[in-house]
Design a protein around this ligand. Structure first.
Ligand SMILES: *Cc1c(COP(=O)(O)O)cnc(C)c1O
Length: 345
């Protein structure tokens, strides 16, 4: 039986071309800053986003944690959207590692409205209340359904943050998807933020790797914290080579993921209109709202699994489908047919 795995875009296996690039990577000891492939990847990604420097990390969570650690001191506050990855999916790392507290604003589909964030920001709160020092933005928004954040709201947030003396962090795990969906240059996203994290291991298909970008000074400090957290890696050019390969070959392919996600959303909508509005599918994630159906997200996941289609049940009524490099048109059609049957039975 065919197997179509839509649980996440982290599930891709490196392609043969990517593996080939990894085999031939020049390497050195990266803790000594002597791995040429890591060094060139860090410089390349920094340049793409118009930042001074970058530091390669084993995960997007580590890149986020290093970024916010540079902006927010212990006992200070980072504010973020309620369902953001930093708040919900990093296991309290900001509190555990950095003594950072978080406060959140809710947003429909995770869509950024600058005023939502600015209204709850409380810089310099004196001796009684926690002081806000930074705001995090997730683009695209994962649990929001791959939502692309509007550039004008990001720009407004920057103006407001400057007025309040606040820093901005971009969780850009899927910023590549936003870039491909909108045509906005990566540097036009990067310029609004003090620190940026980007993943090479999501839609871009590398097996491992993220990069945290910022000023030279922040990146130098972040390197110390990366080592302190146990994240100093050695001949890791083997992995950085996969990142280079992904940047060379896989950015343009994201538009196929977006087209396939839209197709799946339309298939779901055609049999159960309340589950998804296909016009809300900006990128490669389809969030299904099952609240008006007589079965739960885990029931749906089980039904689909029996047909060879894997999806994530992320809440009682919330199912997520993610398209990626290892899903082709045949897999898309197979999954769409299974979804149509499962949503009406
Ligand atoms: C996947 C993801 C990350 C990083 O996850 P890791 O599994 O730690 O690499 C960060 N932010 C968002 C929005 C993500 O989807």
């Amino acid at each position: 039986m065919m197997r179509v795995d839509l649980r996440s875009d982290t599930l891709t296996a490196p392609s043969s071309g990517m593996r080939e690039a990894m085999v031939h990577a020049l390497v050195g000891d990266d803790v000594y800053a002597e791995d040429p492939t890591v060094n060139s990847l860090e410089e390349r990604v920094a340049q793409l986003f118009g930042k001074e420097a970058g530091v390669f990390t084993a995960s997007g969570s580590l890149a986020n944690q290093l970024g916010i650690r540079m902006l927010v001191g212990p006992g200070e506050e980072l504010i973020a959207e309620t369902n953001s990855h930093i708040v919900r999916a990093e296991l309290g790392a900001a509190a555990v590692f950095s003594g950072i507290t978080t406060r959140t604003w809710p947003a429909n589909r995770g869509l950024l409205k600058a005023s939502d964030a600015l209204e709850i920001a409380r810089p310099n709160s004196g001796p009684y209340l926690v002081s806000t020092t930074a705001i995090a933005v997730e683009n695209t928004h994962n649990f929001g359904g791959g939502t692309v954040q509007p550039l004008d709201e990001i720009a407004k947030l920057r103006v407001g943050a400057d007025e309040m003396g606040l820093a901005l962090h971009l969780d850009g795990a899927r910023i590549w998807n936003a870039h491909v969906a909108t045509g906005v240059a990566l540097s036009d996203y990067g310029k609004f933020f003090n620190t940026v994290s980007v993943c090479l291991s999501k839609g871009l298909g590398a097996p491992v790797g993220s990069v945290m970008l910022s000023t030279k000074e922040n990146v130098a400090k972040a390197r110390v914290w990366r080592k302190r957290y146990g994240g100093g890696m050695r001949q890791v050019g083997i992995l950085a080579a996969a990142g280079h390969y992904a940047l060379d070959n896989n950015i343009a392919l994201l538009s196929d993921d977006h087209r396939r996600a839209k197709y799946l959303a339309k298939a779901c909508n055609s049999v159960a209109a309340s589950t998804i509005d296909p016009s809300h599918v900006d990128t490669n994630i389809v969030s299904l709202d099952l609240s008006s159906l007589p079965f739960s997200a885990s029931d749906l996941a089980l039904k689909l699994k029996a047909e060879g289609v894997l999806i994530s049940a992320l809440g009682p009524n919330f199912a997520r489908l993610v398209t990626h490099l290892d899903i082709n048109d045949e897999g898309m059609e197979f999954a769409a047919a299974a979804l149509k049957r499962a949503l009406v039975s």
